[in-house]
Design a protein around this ligand. Structure first.
Ligand code: MN
Length: 252
């Protein structure tokens, strides 16, 4: 198995080392990662600047772009062989609920999914990933199970690890996305010149969600596995919206 590993925290991030260790137990690994922190860059593409790749420590490919750029370059330019699978992470901090809309970690996995590569995003719900070292082996076992059956099309798996040693984790729970609102966590302040500034995400965000949601699983000490689909269509609403009989008047 040829495995592409990437992340959004940059090629030096401890979480990427944990992911690499997990991936090496499953196959050959090529790392293509951003040269710096790219968290919350979502699915952004670099369209108006050239991209460069260099070889970093341990043979990793370091790209001066976003996580999505990394996946595109990996497949189109940097890897000799098309990867069998893509792993993204391990992100420093959870990616649950609406986080998946902002996350570069999830976006990288999603880009691989768009390009037809089975893909898993992994995040650690703690800040200090030196505490997360014990997760490599259990994570590897989990990834192996996820890959053991035919991979569902247009789907990626979003894994969140609880911020506790794996021996203390209660198990794995398959979950749905919870709700998290960063807009509630805007901080205001004044700079030294007296001018007002705003800081998004500066305080602890508010959570809500059902018992089978991702954040409840992590809160209760489980590993959360959420299948995500590329198609954002609201199928439950389609018939109702069709009944609205929307029209457009010709221009006067
Ligand atoms: Mn990140």
């Amino acid at each position: 198995m040829h495995i592409l590993c990437t992340n959004d925290d940059g090629y030096m991030a401890p979480g990427l080392a944990i992911l690499q260790r997990a991936a090496r137990r499953l196959g050959s690994v090529h790392v293509v990662a951003p040269d710096r922190e790219q968290s919350a860059t979502s699915h952004s593409l670099t369209l108006h600047l050239p991209l460069r790749a260099r070889t970093g420590p341990g043979g990793v490919s370091v790209v001066d772009g976003t996580p999505t750029d990394c996946v595109i370059l990996a497949l189109s330019a940097l890897l000799e062989e098309r990867p069998t699978v893509c792993f993204s992470g391990v992100n420093h901090g959870s990616n649950m609920g609406e986080d998946v809309l902002y996350s570069g970690t999830v976006a990288a996995a999603m880009e691989a999914t768009v390009l037809g590569i089975p893909s898993v995003a992994v995040s650690y719900a703690g800040r200090d990933l030196t505490d997360g070292l014990g997760w490599s082996e259990p994570l590897s076992d989990l990834l192996k199970q996820v890959l053991a059956r035919p991979f569902p099309t247009d789907t990626l798996f979003n894994v969140n690890l609880p911020p506790i040693p794996p021996a203390e984790a209660k198990g794995v729970r398959v979950t749905r996305l919870g709700r998290r609102r960063y807009s509630d966590s805007l901080m205001r302040g004044h700079d030294p010149m007296g001018k007002e500034y705003y800081w998004i995400g500066a305080s602890t965000p508010a959570w809500s969600g059902s018992a089978d949601s991702d954040f409840r699983a992590v809160e209760e000490g489980y590993v959360s596995v959420t299948p995500l689909h590329l198609d954002l269509t609201n199928y439950r609403l389609l018939e109702e919206v069709r009944a609205w009989d929307l029209t457009m008047n010709p221009a006067p």
